[in-house]
Design a protein around this ligand. Structure first.
Ligand SMILES: *Cc1c(COP(=O)(O)O)cnc(C)c1O
Length: 388
């Protein structure tokens, strides 16, 4: 029985073309990009090519792309470095209650370092109010960090409007675009983004590599001290195979974006419709109805009243379906998802929630089998439930 993988917001399968592009840089071309010998020159060349390729996908200049170890590092760097560099202007930053923990935990660390953080509330579909954002801005606000696409419920935020608002008030704008890059077209200049985090393993690239876009002119300190790699701002011998793989994955994702997104969102809607029709007391979390166009194309997030999410996941896994209870970072802990609580889901229902995230590799047959299983398992688990 083939595994049905529906946890693509957590990580994705690396594409065979990506592995193929990476392999020579483990075996034949292993030279250090800083070396003066020709083996090093080859690494230096592919590093520059990868940087150029990535920059062109977001309308940035090459020197604005800094390779990192992934989304978490990029988020940490953006927040900590802006706070350090601009603290003479003020010590207040604004973010939202539904960010990834890489942002939220960095923000609470910064609170221990004398910074003040406003955590903006979000509405029942996971959107921030521009009016509330503007009201939260102060003389001493130096940074706003709002995610592009929420990783749990799939809300796509109005990044351009947020960027414009920040710049109108002279505030820097960072976005965690880990769930957006490779799925929706992003132009950092048009969207007025100053810093942006991306991770390769979320768009069929390798794990442990990503980048931070830093707009020219921002004087940020080095995140990792050491050698002069990444223009002296992020030391350490470059992860050439990873970077080559990320550039390849970026190329494929952008080449096929339109076709893939159309295909995936059709499957998403098909799955949502089937599950809503075939089960009672099931609720779709995140953007819906009119707002479905503001929902990530791959995201299906559902709550099933009186069904324990953890038991549901285990039953699905026994049948070969990989899904998730909210986010990978919250599963395993006993707290319900902070995102579901932020959108006002009651605690009991939050524990009865599952996230299915599709990819272009997902087939109609896989979704049909998953929907059949959902119907069976929901009715079985409810028969066992004393309160249903
Ligand atoms: C996965 C994810 C991250 C973390 O990225 P890593 O590369 O795994 O460190 C950060 N933000 C969002 C929104 C994510 O989905």
């Amino acid at each position: 029985m083939k595994e049905i993988y529906l946890d693509n917001a957590a990580t994705t399968r690396m594409k065979p073309e990506v592995l193929e592009a990476m392999l020579p840089y483990f075996t034949d071309y292993y030279g250090n990009a800083s070396g003066v010998y020709s083996l090093g020159a080859r690494s230096k060349m592919v590093l520059d090519q990868a940087r150029g390729k990535i920059a062109s996908t977001i309308g940035a200049y090459e020197e604005e792309i800094f390779f990192t170890s992934g989304g978490s590092e990029s988020d940490n760097w953006a927040l900590k470095a802006v706070c350090e560099a601009y603290q003479h202007k003020g010590k207040h930053i604004i973010t939202t209650q539904m960010e990834h923990h890489a942002i939220l935990h960095t923000a609470s660390y910064l609170e221990t370092r004398g910074f003040e953080v406003t955590y903006l509330p979000v509405d029942h579909e996971g959107f921030v109010s521009l009016k509330e954002l503007e009201e939260a801005m102060r003389e001493d606000t130096i940074l706003v960090s709002v995610m592009y696409v929420n990783n749990e419920i799939g809300s796509i935020l109005p990044i351009k409007e947020i960027g414009e608002l920040c710049h109108k008030h002279g505030i820097l704008f960072h976005t965690d675009a880990v769930q957006a890059y490779g799925h929706i077209p992003i132009h950092v200049k048009e969207n007025q983004i100053d810093l942006m985090s991306v991770s390769a393993h979320k768009f069929h690239g390798p794990k442990g590599v990503g980048f931070l876009y830093i707009k020219n002119g921002l004087e940020l300190s080095s995140f990792i001290h050491g050698g002069s790699q990444e223009r002296g701002r992020r030391a350490g011998t470059e992860n050439i195979p990873g970077i080559v793989g990320m550039a390849k994955a970026a190329e494929l994702a952008h080449r096929d974006m339109e076709v893939n997104e159309e295909k995936i969102s059709k499957l998403r809607d098909y799955m949502i419709n089937r599950v809503m029709k075939e089960n009672t007391q099931v609720f779709l979390n995140g953007p819906k109805g009119e707002n479905i166009k503001l929902r990530a194309s791959n995201n299906v997030h559902l709550s099933f009243a009186h069904v324990a999410g953890e038991s549901f996941l285990i039953r699905l896994d026994m049948e070969g379906v990989a899904a998730s209870a909210g986010s990978a970072c919250t599963s395993g802990s006993t707290d319900p998802s902070h995102v579901l609580l932020a959108i006002g889901t009651d605690r009991e229902l939050a524990y009865s929630s599952l996230r299915f995230t599709l990819s272009e590799e997902t087939t109609r047959e896989e979704i049909d089998r998953t929907c059949d299983l959902i119907r069976q398992i929901v009715s079985q688990l409810r028969e066992l439930s004393p309160i249903f």
